[in-house]
Design a protein around this ligand. Sequence first.
Ligand SMILES: [Zn+2]
Length: 224
Amino acid sequence: MSYGLAAAHDPSVGDYADTSPEDWGGTLERSTGFGPSSTDRESSPAYRRRGSACCARLFGFRMTMRRAAYTMVLMDPQYHETMMRQALELGAVADKEGDMGVGAVIVRDGRIVGRGRNRIHTGDPLVHAETDAIADACKALGTDDLSGSTLYTTMEPCPMCAGALLNVKVGHWVLGGRFKAVGRSFGKYSVETFAEFVGADITFTTGILQEDCQALRNRYFARK
Ligand SMILES: [Zn+2]
């Protein structure tokens, strides 16, 4: 089965490792890539200017088409399920490690750029699946600005993670489990009330593999 870009960038391959800032619209110098030339014509400033302008247009067109295709992919519920399954796999690792089984991935332009899992009870109470994925994505992309990214998390982000996601500008949150459904209460908090409270323009997609996500998270409490 094909998921458009998901097929071209199979998340199971973990291809964020070869991600470079140029892939996300960084400087053009390296991607235009004019190498040493043996002819006067090719080394002339005019030739270089024409070549650079042409490559810049091609680069811009390629990025525009890529983002347009990715926008179409985001409308496909099966694409969200594919990415959520990646988050579930990470949550299963946390579960095996004895922690609460929550996992998260951050996706930009069809590629997984960050992966995370809960280590609340097995190492560091500040390392939740979302903050772990944020740190991973920032390291991979070399920036703390994750604008244009989508978060997939197996559980609704807690208030700490919601603040962290806001700080790094992740504007689309795709959720599996919900606190209300598993009986976890933060008072009046939900991701929706959070967005309203801080005045943030966040897009939410909810209910993706919700039962699977909640069942994985609840395994921790079943062991208690
Ligand atoms: Zn959290």
